[in-house]
Design a protein around this ligand. Sequence first.
Ligand code: PGA
Length: 263
Amino acid sequence: MTPLVVGNWKMQMPNLSAVTTARRIAQTLPPLPDREVAVAPPFTSLGPVAQALEGSPVLLAGQDLFWEDEGPYTGEISGAMLREAGARYVLVGHSERRHVLGETDQMVSLKAQAALRASLRPIVCVGERQDERVAGRHEAIVGEMLLRSLAGVAVEAASDIVVGYEPVWAIGTGFAATGADAAEMHACIRDRLRTLFGAKAADIRILYGGSVTEQNIDDLMSRHDIDGALVGGASLQAPSFVRIASFQRSPSSTSRGGGGVRG
Ligand code: PGA
């Protein structure tokens, strides 16, 4: 399984900083043939960032898309438009979209299907709130969220989807899940994916997101079933993102199974 590290710049980078940061990442990222690295700039910077990344292996991701392919939907962006701008991945159902903008699991599932129709790999985000974890309901909540958010995704498309586990209480707070807690949830997510996709669940990358830093990335990535990271705040500076993308797994984790690099 090829690990994937995605920097989510949210609504935080004006075009000039986005281009400068992308250029710095492209210039300083060491060759990492065993993993994929992507950045998700705001829509208006997709084109300029694509240019800045030309010739580098860093991929482009959209932060969101609409579920229809075309039409009179003011303010929305289609999968084909993202693809045209150079994106290969797209975030779907990020917690800020769910909690600030009211996106439902049903919308998320429509968006995931729209991404696949446009040959984009959706990174479908799920995660529990703090009160749900305190009440011990996190596994049930995330499991149900996942089943509903992936409804309608065909088994044949399973290896093209990516799941982002992002506990809401860890996003932008500086309080990341511990490696052990994250790994426990990832194993639970893998189980749920098996009920949807059978053996193909083993090919689906599950990323951890929520206060990922240079300090915790190596531990997180050494855990079973953690196949990559979604990085917010720490992706805004090229040096910290490059360090995170250059994570090193501890030797005990090298027996992980999985397929080859996906192109
Ligand atoms: P954070 O954000 O790394 O700033 O916690 C993660 C995310 O929202 O994807």
